[in-house]
Design a protein around this ligand. Structure first.
Ligand SMILES: [Ca+2]
Length: 245
């Protein structure tokens, strides 16, 4: 009896059995033998070649935390915070009102006679005009600084009566009348007024044909004058505060 194998094989069979040696199905040797004593085991063969790399093992457990890192760089500026509480009241300031000198003064004459009634009389001859607040083209004084002002007029008249008055923002403040008695006369008036900036003051004939204002350079002048007596103190304080800012 033989046992077929695809590779070289050698079989040891029981006593008096046939020994078959065959390769790839081809019988090479057949023999019979008798049982001998079992030999000793041979020496351990040399180490085999290194095997292929095995599959990746399972993921190990998470290791312990590392050391604390270094402090990072300074970040970008944050958004603007809310408005803080109002601070304590400051110490009283030092008034420097005395260093502020406000000037406003004028005195003007006229070179024509018999002005038109109910219109601003244009005093075109400027004798003095500090601050240029009087306009010799319109006859109007325009207030620049709030405060108390003094105005006066001395008007020479001839040949006609004179009914003249001082107007503040379109309203007569005072009126003066002088009758013509055949000679030259002088009618005068004066008053004190509180003015706001942009207020207007002028002289005006208030009655028809009673415009006897007479101009003669060789005899006499007719004059209209005014000046700032003192400025409004509240206005001065506001200027002082602005100056400190
Ligand atoms: Ca008179």
């Amino acid at each position: 009896m033989c046992y077929a194998r695809n590779s070289l094989a050698k079989f040891r069979k029981p006593h008096h059995q046939k020994i078959c040696l065959q390769r790839d199905g081809i019988l090479l040797i057949t023999a019979t033998h008798e049982n001998g004593l079992r030999g000793k085991a041979g020496p351990i063969g040399p180490a085999g070649e290194k095997g292929d790399q095995g599959e990746t093992g399972k993921k190990g457990p998470i290791g312990p935390g590392g050391d604390k890192g270094d402090v990072g760089p300074i970040g970008l500026p944050g958004p603007k915070g809310d408005r803080g509480n109002q601070g304590d009241r400051g110490a009283p300031g030092i008034c420097r009102c005395g260093s502020i000198v406000l000037k406003s003064a004028f005195s003007v004459g006229i070179t024509t006679s018999y002005p038109e009634e109910r219109l601003p009389i244009v005093f075109n001859k400027v004798l003095f005009n500090e601050g240029e607040h009087y306009n010799p083209s319109t006859g109007k004084f325009i207030c620049a600084f709030p405060g108390i002002y003094y105005f006066s007029y001395d008007i020479t008249l001839a040949n006609k009566h004179l009914a003249i008055g001082l107007v503040h923002n379109g309203q007569f403040k005072i009126k003066t009348f002088d009758a013509n008695t055949g000679n030259h006369d002088v009618a005068s008036g004066s008053t004190v007024i509180y003015l706001q900036p942009e207020d207007e003051v002028w002289l005006e004939i208030f009655f028809t044909d009673q415009n006897g204002l007479f101009s003669d350079p060789s005899w006499a002048d007719s004059l209209f004058s005014g000046f700032l007596l003192y400025v409004d103190t509240d206005y001065l304080d506001s200027l002082s505060e602005e100056d400190e800012l």
